[in-house]
Structure formats: structure tokens, C-alpha cells
Ligand binder design. Structure first.
Ligand code: FRU
Length: 453
């Protein structure tokens, strides 16, 4: 099928056309940020996975490069699934999952494969480096995927999502001297996770932060409403035991649409898929489905993950109190509201009067409402918040607060005190009005439009 993209976000990564999901192999190489992603260039639905590829110097303006990996070899016959990029010996290496299915489209094997590139553009495949025979006894060869690789004291380590036959999500640790020969070290938690299967584990050694997603995760008192969830665990892998020593854990994002977040190799930068499994995707009619979040600078403080967005923008348009209202037009860029002693906050975004998306401080928490945002987005969730287009995020209650909102054609990403709430929206053409009503001892509103070159 040949598809053309006829409408797109301004600075959020999408495929040149077609479907995308997880960010893969996030890395800075040869002076540019490289982002790969799970991609089906031939349809707006998930299908045979390729690795799409874009590069950027400012994490905002992205340039397409040729598709980096195409499935079809024996070891990745039906898909090149998620994985990592790592620089070694001046070259760019990719470790990814080769996906092999039966004639009914069911996974029968997932194996870890290696590819290499000198110029960071074209890749040579080396085939399978970790296969079924390298799995410890009792683990399912059809659910073994998404290797994250890093170097520690001259040894390569990889964590790979797995599952015991009849069991739930696990993460396995392997090690290697040369990226080709791998040895199993341990199952890092040594027990089943609540989710049916773990996906896309990521370990940022500098920060002591492990990220992973869980499929079909129980809601745990309304915390994980999206059915599939993304967690962070603060702590460190003990290389002498191969276990993860966990200090604390939390949810990566409070919105509807973040999955598979990954960090850039050796950098405190994160990006996720700005979408979720099991939802309709109204942008299909524009020739694309799926995008990635804006890049986020991350840090860990007091056992918690903090995120702040990075978007290259122009000069700020500033409006200040004492009045309590702002009327503006904001569509592609970043809006920041700073307030001291905030009493109330209510913002309508992407509004044309009838359609709008709302963020309100209510009952001591942030309440995001996309029920009137435009085209209906539905998922498999049955709880009342999900059915009503609502997501909630804790409010810091700090004396001085900063709310940062990243807006683009089809998405809204909200940040306060390091937490994030991210969702897709599909507003009608021209719905770009913003109305803020705020009550605080002092406040300031700033809008910066994105710098698209
Ligand atoms: C996560 C995921 C990965 C897999 C990829 C396939 O969203 O299911 O586990 O590698 O997507 O596209």
C-alpha cells in the first residue's frame, strides 16, 4: 500500500507516512541525536515492523533518513522489534528483537539480533546473537524481547523482557565482552510482575533508574487506568548478583498516551510513544498513526523521577496579573504559567468555543479532560474516568509552581513539579484559542511558539 501523510504534528516525530510505535535506539552519534522507531511504512496499522530513522541537532527539528532495518531475514522474518543503539569502536550498533510468527500471525520465536553501521545511516545485519538456547529453563521463547544494552566497566550488559511459561512479566540480565557472545546472568527481580508481560525495559545507569512497561496491568486503586502502564523503579543493578535493588517506584506519566519510554544512551533524556495500544487513532485519515513525545530532560530526586520538556522555541509573549484572565491563541509551542500561592487554575486549550480540552486544579489534584477535545478517542478501559475522557495527576501544592504545557497539532503534554500528563487530542481545524483563569498571589503567563526551521 502506498500512503501519503497529509497533515502532521509540527515537531513531534511521526513516520514519513504510516504507523509508528515505540522509540528505539535513542542515541547521540556523529553530532546528531538519532531516533529510531517501530514503523510500518506500508499501512496506518501495526504490521511488519521496520526501524524508521530521524536525526536532529535541537531535538525539535527532525530530518528523515532511510529506513534503518527492514524485516525479512530468517532471524527477523516478520519484524524488527524494539531495541537499543550503542556506540562501540567508533561504529553504531543496534541490538533488536527478531520476530518470527506462525501462519496464524502468532509469535513463535523472539530472538535478539545485532546490526552495525559505520555512517549511522545504513546498517549491516549480523543475525541472531541471543536465541532460545540462551534462555534459562522454563522461560517462553515467544515472549522474549526489547533488549537494552549499555557498557559497565568494559562489559556490555543487556536487560531483556521475558516471561516464564504460564507466568507473567520478568526482566533477564545478560552480559557480553563483544556484543556477539552473550551469557545469562540473572532474572533481575526474581519474581513475576503484576503485568501479563513486561515490554521495553530501559536502564539509565548514571541515574539509577529502570523503566519498563507492563501489559494488562491491574489498576492498583486507580493508578494504572490505561490497561498497559509504564513504570520507573529507582535503584541499581548489583552486578555481583544480577539483581535489581529497588528503592522506590512510580508511574512514568499520568495521561492517556505514553508507552515504551526510553532514555538516550548515556544521557538524561527521555522520549516515549505518544499513543497507547488498543485505541482508535483518528489521524489514520491523514496518512499516519502514532507519534513520539517531545524529548524530556530527566533527573531523580528523593526517589522520584522528574521530567521537563525540551522544545526549541522563539521569544516569550508574556502576560501577567493582577487580573486573573488570559485570552490567547496557542497551537504549536510551549505555554508556561508560574504562580505563587496558587488558589485556583482553569485552562481551556485548543478551543473554538464548542470544542476544547481542559486542565483544572480540583480537589487538590490536576484534572485533565479531553471529553470535548474533538474527534472521539476510545479504548478498552471500562472505568468512569477513562470513559469520561479524564486523567488526574497529583498537584505539588508548592508555594511557587510552574505549569508547562507542550502543545502540537495532535497532542498536549502537561508538566508540574517533574510529573507529566500526556495525551493525544484531535481538535477541529482552527481550534487554537486558549483561555486561562487563575487566582494566585502573583502569576505570569508565557507563550513561546516552536522554532521550526
Ligand atoms: C511495545 C512493543 C514491544 C515490541 C514492539 C513491537 O509497544 O509491543 O514489546 O518490541 O512493540 O512493535
Amino acid at each position: 500500500m502506498s500512503i501519503t501523510k497529509i497533515k502532521a504534528p509540527a515537531f513531534h516525530i511521526t513516520g514519513e507516512a504510516g504507523w509508528i510505535n515505540d522509540p528505539n535506539g535513542l542515541i547521540f552519534f556523529n553530532g546528531k541525536y538519532h531516533v529510531f522507531y517501530q514503523h510500518n511504512p506500508n499501512d496506518v496499522k501495526w504490521g511488519p515492523m521496520h526501524w524508521g530513522h530521524v536525526v536532529s541537532e535541537d531535538l525539535t527539528n527532525w530530518e528523515y533518513l532511510p529506513i534503518a532495518l527492514t524485516p525479512g531475514d530468517d532471524f527477523d522474518k516478520n519484524g524488527c522489534f524494539s531495541g537499543t543503539a550503542i556506540v562501540h569502536g567508533g561504529k553504531l550498533w543496534i541490538m533488536y528483537t527478531g520476530f518470527i510468527e506462525n501462519s496464524g500471525g502468532e509469535s513463535i520465536r523472539q530472538v535478539q539480533c545485532l546490526a552495525e553501521s559505520i555512517d549511522g545511516v545504513t546498517f549491516k545485519k549480523h543475525g541472531m546473537v541471543i536465541g532460545e538456547k540462551d534462555l534459562p529453563e522454563g522461560y517462553a521463547p515467544e515472549d522474549f524481547r526489547d533488549p537494552k544494552v549499555w557498557l559497565h566497566d568494559g562489559v556490555f550488559y543487556s536487560i531483556i523482557a521475558a516471561r516464564k511459561i504460564g507466568g507473567r512479566g520478568r526482566i533477564l540480565l545478560y552480559k557480553s565482552k563483544d556484543l556477539f557472545k552473550w551469557e545469562f546472568v540473572n532474572d533481575i527481580f526474581g519474581k513475576d510482575s503484576p503485568g501479563a508481560m513486561i515490554e521495553c525495559p530501559d536502564y539509565n545507569e548514571d541515574m539509577g533508574c529502570l523503566l519498563f512497561c507492563e501489559q494488562f496491568q491491574p489498576s492498583e486503586n486507580g493508578i494504572h487506568l490505561n490497561i498497559h502502564t509504564c513504570r520507573y523503579c529507582i535503584g541499581r543493578i548489583d552486578y555481583s548478583t544480577g539483581r535489581f535493588n529497588e528503592e522506590s517506584r512510580g508511574i512514568v506519566d499520568y495521561g492517556f498516551d505514553v508507552y515504551a519510554p526510553q532514555t538516550f544512551a548515556g544521557k538524561p533524556l527521555l522520549m516515549g510513544w505518544l499513543n497507547m495500544w488498543d485505541r482508535n487513532v483518528p489521524s489514520e485519515k491523514y496518512g499516519f498513526a502514532g507519534m513520539l513525545t517531545a524529548a524530556r530532560r530527566i533527573s531523580v530526586k528523593d526517589g522520584r523521577l522528574y521530567q521537563e520538556p525540551i522544545v526549541s522555541c522563539g521569544e516569550a509573549i508574556v502576560k501577567e496579573g493582577p487580573g486573573g484572565e488570559v485570552k490567547d491563541n496557542a497551537l504549536k509551542g510551549v505555554v508556561t504559567v508560574k504562580a505563587s500561592e496558587l488558589e485556583s487554575f482553569s485552562m481551556k486549550m485548543r478551543s473554538n468555543g464548542e470544542s476544547y480540552t481542559e486542565l483544572t486544579l480540583k480537589g487538590g489534584e490536576w484534572v485533565f479532560d479531553r471529553s470535548r477535545s474533538g474527534e472521539a478517542i476510545s479504548g478498552a478501559e471500562k472505568d468512569s474516568d477513562s470513559q469520561n475522557g479524564i486523567r488526574r495527576m497529583p498537584y505539588s501544592g508548592n508555594k511557587e509552581i510552574t505549569v508547562t504545557i507542550v502543545m502540537d497539532e495532535f497532542s498536549i503534554e502537561i508538566f508540574e513539579d517533574g510529573r507529566s500528563l500526556t495525551s493525544t487530542v484531535y481538535p477541529p481545524e482552527g481550534a487554537d484559542a486558549l483561555e486561562l483563569t487563575v487566582k494566585a498571589a502573583k502569576w505570569q503567563y508565557e507563550r513561546r511558539d516552536v522554532n521550526i526551521k
